[in-house]
Design a protein around this ligand. Structure first.
Ligand SMILES: *Cc1c(COP(=O)(O)O)cnc(C)c1O
Length: 465
């Protein structure tokens, strides 16, 4: 990872958050700026650029940790993190399974060549058609509720050709008792009993959970809670071969020290609306995904055994469903500046071609806390710019007052110009395409993928799109 430093930008009370960038992305931004302008001219703005090979670097670090502990593990790429088919393809080519939550994600995983048995389906409201597809593919179904289990029993009993469903039970950990996802400890025994009474319908494989937040501690506690259910299942002759701990492995977007200093120094005055958001993703996490996994595997339980030791001793495979952490660094979003307006207080508003729907944190009353990188257009005469540092916020093109890409005031070494590009690094994780739409009838933003040589360009739509 490297920083792109911008001499002249740093001031005494600097609150900049330079993004950490993968070397491939740094080299694209430093040495291939002409390509960026050409692609935006060709495909429009915002333009989401995916470099799917970067997923392999993220995977290698997780695999190294897993191998150090000799734990049997199965990684499912959580497809919902990004709509890019090239990322699904990279995951499948790397030998990963795919975690799907819709028939469309299932279709795309299969189109990428994923074996149905390597697919795991989560989600609280799977439809009968989705269930049928999953059974036909012999995919692993994570059962979210007693109700889903009963639906599945009825569905399997009604099939002309008897088939079995491979299932795991999603557990609702005590730390998430108010969540609507998963089966509470109270109902778990009943579900196990039902499954044990239907051996013709089910291949029971174990347990699952997925928690919000990013702390390894909540997963560690949930894991040890589940260990009693492993025993309960086995005493019903239900073999447990997997505990799937879901996703939520952290991603670091900016240097941890810079981020901490930023958090202590920022205040409402650094936002155009004078509102300091109440919460942020931990952009400057001290732990990366591999360190998180290491912490998890080394955590000791009631009998002083580590999680890794327990998994080995019990012959249980660790399931993980990373989304954000596998997609880390694998995409950037490029915005074309269409107008720059001076404001009465001396700051500026920069209008970009695109909207906050293509950079979604402001819609969650939060902010994407990394600085976009300004790539000046040759035409707008970089040499003529007066080098006076300015502050600006970023707005989308729409007529909504709330269509703001960055409420946070960003510092620039000189006034950005129409025709310049603003590039957000590391937008692959939910950032770039979660809320995109055709507001104002503007076509959907385009997505292209680049080979590691940074020259071969492919359209990157889901197969059905
Ligand atoms: C969203 C989700 C994931 C992926 O979470 P990340 O934070 O992107 O790693 C994994 N499993 C389930 C069940 C999910 O809902």
């Amino acid at each position: 990872m490297t920083h792109i430093s911008k001499p002249g930008l740093l001031t005494a009370n600097d609150l900049s958050l330079p993004p950490l960038l993968h070397p491939l992305i740094s080299s694209l931004l430093e040495y291939h700026q002409d390509r960026l302008f050409n692609w935006v001219a060709c495909y429009g703005s915002p333009l989401n650029i995916v470099v799917p090979s970067i997923l392999n670097d993220n995977l290698a670090k997780l695999v190294a940790t897993i191998e150090q502990h000799s734990v049997p593990a199965k990684i499912f790429y959580a497809a919902k993190v990004n709509k890019s088919q090239s990322l699904v393809q990279a995951a499948v080519t790397a030998g990963l399974g795919v975690d799907v939550s819709s028939r469309y994600e299932l279709r795309d995983a299969l189109d990428a060549g994923c074996d149905g048995r390597q697919i795991c389906a989560s989600g609280p409201a799977k439809t009968p058609d989705f269930h049928k597809d999953l059974i036909a593919q012999q995919a692993l179904i994570s059962i979210d509720s007693r109700e889903e289990l009963e639906d599945l029993i009825a569905l399997l009993a009604g099939l002309d050709q008897p088939q079995k469903a491979r299932i795991i039970l999603r557990y609702r950990p005590n730390s998430a008792i108010k969540s609507r996802f998963g089966i509470t400890a109270q109902n778990m025994q009943q579900c196990l009993d039902r499954i044990a009474r239907h051996p013709a319908h089910f291949v029971f494989e174990g347990f699952h959970f997925h928690l919000g937040g990013y702390a390894p501690e909540t997963r560690i506690v949930a894991f040890w809670e589940l260990s009693q259910w492993v025993d309960a299942a086995r005493s019903l002759n239900l073999p447990v071969s997997m505990i799937d701990i879901g996703g939520g492995l952290p991603v670091r977007y900016v240097d941890a020290e810079i981020y901490d200093a930023f958090l202590t120094r920022q205040d409402a005055g650094h936002y155009r609306n004078a509102v300091l958001p109440g919460s942020f993703y931990p952009y400057g996490s001290k732990m990366d995904a591999a360190a998180w996994l290491e912490t998890f595997l080394c955590a000791k339980g009631p009998e002083n055994q580590t999680i890794a030791g327990y998994l080995r001793a019990q012959g249980i495979t660790l399931g993980i469903e990373p989304g954000r952490s596998l997609a880390d660094q694998s995409a950037i979003s490029v915005f074309h500046i269409s107008r720059v307006k001076a404001l009465d207080d001396g700051s500026y508003v920069i209008f970009v071609e695109g909207s906050s729907f293509s950079a979604c944190e402001t819609w969650f009353a939060s902010e994407f806390l990394i600085d976009p990188i300004l790539v000046p257009s040759r035409q707008s005469g970089a040499h003529q710019r007066n080098h006076q540092a300015v502050q600006a916020y970023l707005a989308g093109h729409s007529c909504l007052e709330e269509d703001v890409v960055s409420n946070r005031l960003l510092s620039f070494a000189s006034v950005p110009q129409r025709g310049d590009l603003l590039v957000y690094g590391n937008t692959a994780g939910y950032q770039m395409d979660l809320l995109e739409n055709e507001f104002h009838r503007v076509p959907m933003p385009r997505r292209i993928s680049l080979d590691a040589d940074l020259t071969s360009v492919h359209a990157d739509n889901a197969s059905g799109a």
